[in-house]
Design a protein around this ligand. Structure first.
Ligand SMILES: Nc1ncnc2c1ncn2[C@@H]1O[C@H](COP(=O)(O)OP(=O)(O)OP(=O)(O)O)[C@@H](O)[C@H]1O
Ligand SMILES: [Mg+2]
Length: 269
């Protein structure tokens, strides 16, 4: 199947009315009727979602609602049972070299930092560009230092991950993803494993990324971040998208009982 079979001209030229200021263009990430099961558990139920270039989408919802699974399907760490996922108009490849290339276009930062513990901070950031993109050591290190500087940890370049705080390690993880020049960045609760005093230093990096125009899908319950940086909030429960709106609309006027109940719980903590 070629990409044009699945993407009509109309869809290629339609504009996303939810994202003002962007010229008419196709979504950068698009999920169409996506379903996924874990055995009998219907974990993603007919998910339809479009994210345009430069948009910041926050996904929020109770534990077990499928937020992580949704992120993992977008860079194909999880397969789907039906529906379609397109990145920049291209269907997700099943495997092989094309999948490796796609993964490089979709950066992902998890709750746990997953840095290589026996490699220096700089090596952590340069490894993928060197191995996957074939970038020279000198070029990868030059850009690596720039990226570490951008997230405020360039002075730590020669240290091992264990010598850094959790907040610093998470910022390195962000720099490591950026080193592959992704088209979109996925964040799955990037601050939930951090001590409170380190949360803001990571959120600040993310806010800056958003300001620079990075397309981002962020699973987080940090409402300050959502209000400051999100163009749109999606509320998930039981594998379904129940609400979608601007941060103001969602936080001030949630329409579903589930969302009101959930917000009541996280706001009182
Ligand atoms: N590999 C797996 N095998 C079987 N079930 C799974 C697997 N991964 C997740 N699940 C189940 O799928 C559902 C959705 O999980 P998921 O991790 O996507 O939720 P979540 O919204 O990210 O939750 P949390 O807020 O706790 O991170 C849960 O019921 C979970 O137990
Ligand atoms: Mg999760």
């Amino acid at each position: 199947m070629t990409s044009l079979d699945s993407t009509t001209v109309e869809e290629l030229t339609k504009s996303d009315a939810t994202h003002t200021g962007q010229a008419a263009e196709r979504p950068l990430v698009e999920l169409r009727h996506v379903d996924k099961y874990f055995g009998d558990l219907h974990v993603l139920k007919d998910i339809n979602l479009s994210v345009s270039k430069g948009e910041v989408l926050v996904i929020i919802g109770p534990s077990g609602s499928g937020k992580s699974t949704l992120c993992r399907t977008i860079n194909r760490l999880e397969s789907i049972d039906s529906g379609e996922i397109l990145i920049d108009g291209q269907p997700l490849p099943q495997e092989g070299r094309q999948l490796t290339r796609l993964r490089a276009e979709v950066g992902m930062v998890f709750q746990s930092f997953n840095l290589f513990s026996h490699k220096t901070i700089l090596d952590n950031v340069t490894l993928a560009p060197r191995k996957v993109r074939g970038t020279s050591k000198a070029d990868a290190e030059k850009e690596g230092i720039e990226l570490l500087s951008r997230v405020g940890v360039d002075t730590q370049a020669s240290k091992l991950p264990v010598q850094l705080s959790g907040g610093q390690q998470q910022r390195v993880a962000i720099a490591r993803s950026l080193a592959m020049h992704p088209k979109v960045m996925l964040f799955d609760e990037p601050t939930s494993a951090l001590d409170p005093e380190m949360i803001n230093e990571v959120l600040d990096v993310m806010v800056n990324l958003a300001k620079e125009g990075m397309t981002m899908i962020v699973v987080t319950h940090e409402m300050g971040f959502a209000r400051q940086a999100a163009n749109r909030v999606v509320f998930m429960a039981d594998g379904e998208i129940l609400e979608e709106g601007s941060p103001e609309e969602f936080f001030e006027n949630p329409t579903s009982e589930r969302a009101r109940d959930f917000l009541g719980k996280i706001l009182t903590h």
